[in-house]
Design a protein around this ligand. Structure first.
Ligand code: 9WN
Length: 415
C-alpha cells in the first residue's frame, strides 16, 4: 500500500467515533448524511462490514416518514452551530430536520456489489427505498420529475452561486441567535458570509415552526429549488437500488423504483439547456431556471446516457471551465462574476464532486476528460494533503484538514 493510501485509511480511523465517521474533528463533530455515504463507498473497497456499520449508524437517525437527516447528533458537542437544540426535532436520537444529497442508495449498492451479506443489505435496502419514496412524495408532490430543496444545506453545496437569487428572497431575521462556531475553526474568508447564515437560520426557524411536517414546510418554504444535482444523484442511486431489488427478489420494489426513476429521467431531460450546454435547476418560487453555472449542472451525467450531441457540448463546456486551472474541477467557472475560489462552494474544487463527475464522464465515454480530472485531484491531494477542498487557481488546501470524505475520495480515485 502506498504511503498516501495508508494516510487516507488512518484519517478514517482517526475520525471513527464508534461505527460512524465524523467529517473532521472540531469543525464537524457529528455524523453527516452524504459524508457517511461516501465513506461507506470507500469502505466497500476494503472493509465491507465497517461500511455497512457506517450506514447502519446513519439510519439510526432515519425519520418515520423515510427522511434521512443531514446530521445525526449521536453525542453532544458544543463545537458546532447549529446544534441539536436549534433544530428542535423530536426523533429518538437528536437529528437535524433537513436532508442531504441521497448518495446513500449508491453506497448500499456498492456494499452489496462488494459482497456484503443479504442479512445486512436487506434492511439498508429498505431504508433506502423508504428514503426514495420520501423524496418523491415530500419533495416533488406535483410530479415534475425534479426533486426540490427547501434549504441550501440540503444541496451539500451550501453557499453555491446557484442559490444566490433564491436565497436573497429569504429574510435575514431569526428568532434563534446566530452564534457561529465555524469561523473559529477556519479562516472566515473560506466560509459562507454572515448574511448567508442569517438566512440559513431563518429557514430553520421557519420549518421548526411547522413542527417539521413535510407538507406544511412545502407550503411555508420561502426557498424551494428543484435541483438537477440532487435529482441526478437520486436517479443514480435509484438505478442501483432497482438492480439490487431484483437481486434480492424484491420484484414489487423493483417495479416501484423503475417508475420513480423514469420520472426523474424525464425531469432531467427537460432540464437540459442547448443554449448553455448544461442542465439547469428550477427555482419553484419564481418559476425561473437557475442561471448560475455550477458543478450541479453536470452531475446528471452520473445517471444518464446523454445523446452524442449533448455529451459533446457538455464535455466542451466542462473543458472550458478547466482551462487555466491548476486543479480541476472548479465548482464555478472563473469568468462567472460570483466566482470566489477560496470561499467554500463558490468555485473551489471538492474531491467528492470530482468523484461523481469522473463517474458520470466514464459512463458517457468521455474517458480522456475523466482521466484529466482524476489525475488533477489525486496530484493535488498528494501535494497538499487531505483538506476539505482546494483553491483551483493555486492548489492551496482550504477549509478543514484531516477530512474523511477527502480520504474516501482519494482511496477511490487513486486505485
Ligand atoms: C452544513 C460536512 C458538511 C458537508 C457539506 C458542507 C458542510 C455544513 C456546514 O459540511 O456543510 O451541513 O456547517 O458548513 O457544505 O457538504 O456535508 O462535511
Amino acid at each position: 500500500m502506498s504511503d498516501f493510501r495508508a494516510i487516507a485509511r488512518g484519517i478514517l480511523q482517526d475520525n471513527d467515533r464508534g461505527g460512524y465517521t465524523v467529517p473532521t474533528a472540531g469543525l464537524y463533530p457529528f455524523q453527516w448524511n452524504w459524508d457517511s455515504a461516501f465513506v461507506a463507498m470507500a469502505f466497500a473497497e476494503f472493509d465491507v462490514p465497517r461500511g455497512c456499520l457506517e450506514l447502519e449508524r446513519l439510519i439510526e437517525g432515519q425519520w418515520d416518514d423515510g427522511m434521512i437527516p443531514h446530521i445525526v447528533f449521536h453525542q453532544p458537542s458544543d463545537s458546532y452551530f447549529p446544534g441539536a437544540d436549534v433544530w428542535r426535532t423530536s426523533h429518538r436520537i437528536p437529528t437535524s430536520g433537513i436532508t442531504q444529497p441521497p448518495v446513500f442508495g449508491m453506497a448500499v449498492k456498492a456494499l452489496h456489489d462488494s459482497g456484503a451479506p443479504a442479512e445486512r443489505i436487506r434492511p439498508l435496502f429498505h431504508a433506502a427505498l423508504r428514503y426514495h419514496r420520501w423524496w418523491y412524495s415530500a419533495r416533488d408532490p406535483e410530479g415534475t420529475g425534479l426533486v426540490a430543496l427547501l434549504h441550501p444545506w440540503e444541496s451539500g453545496s451550501d453557499n453555491s452561486p446557484a442559490w444566490d437569487v433564491a436565497l436573497a428572497r429569504v429574510p435575514t431575521t431569526t428568532t434563534t441567535p446566530v452564534k457561529r462556531k465555524d469561523t473559529g475553526h477556519v479562516d472566515p474568508a473560506m466560509r459562507p458570509r454572515d448574511q448567508d447564515y442569517q438566512r440559513f437560520i431563518h429557514l430553520v426557524d421557519t420549518y421548526a415552526a411547522c413542527g417539521w411536517d413535510a407538507a406544511e414546510q412545502w407550503d411555508a418554504a420561502p426557498f424551494k429549488v428543484a435541483c438537477v444535482q440532487t435529482t441526478g444523484i437520486l436517479l443514480a442511486a435509484g438505478e442501483g437500488l432497482q438492480q439490487l431489488a431484483r437481486a434480492l427478489g424484491e420484484e414489487a420494489a423493483a417495479a416501484e423504483l423503475d417508475a420513480m426513476n423514469a420520472r426523474s429521467r424525464a425531469g432531467l431531460d427537460q432540464a437540459w439547456s442547448d443554449a448553455d450546454s448544461r442542465f439547469r435547476s428550477l427555482d419553484l418560487v419564481s418559476g425561473q431556471r437557475v442561471a448560475a453555472p455550477t458543478q450541479a449542472c453536470f452531475i446528471p451525467l452520473l445517471a444518464l446516457d446523454l445523446p452524442a450531441a449533448r455529451m459533446a457540448a457538455a464535455e466542451q463546456e466542462m473543458r472550458r471551465w478547466c482551462e487555466g486551472m491548476l486543479v480541476s474541477f472548479p465548482t464555478t467557472p472563473r469568468d462567472y462574476p460570483g466566482f470566489e475560489p477560496r470561499r467554500y462552494w463558490r468555485g473551489s474544487v471538492w474531491p467528492i464532486i470530482d468523484w461523481l463527475l469522473v463517474q458520470g464522464l466514464l459512463r458517457n465515454n468521455a474517458t480522456a476528460l475523466a482521466e484529466d480530472i482524476r489525475h488533477s485531484i489525486v496530484t493535488a491531494l498528494e501535494t497538499a494533503g487531505f483538506c476539505e477542498y482546494f483553491d483551483p487557481t493555486t492548489g492551496e488546501p482550504c477549509g478543514g484538514g484531516h477530512f474523511s470524505w477527502t480520504a474516501a475520495a482519494y482511496l477511490h480515485l487513486s486505485q
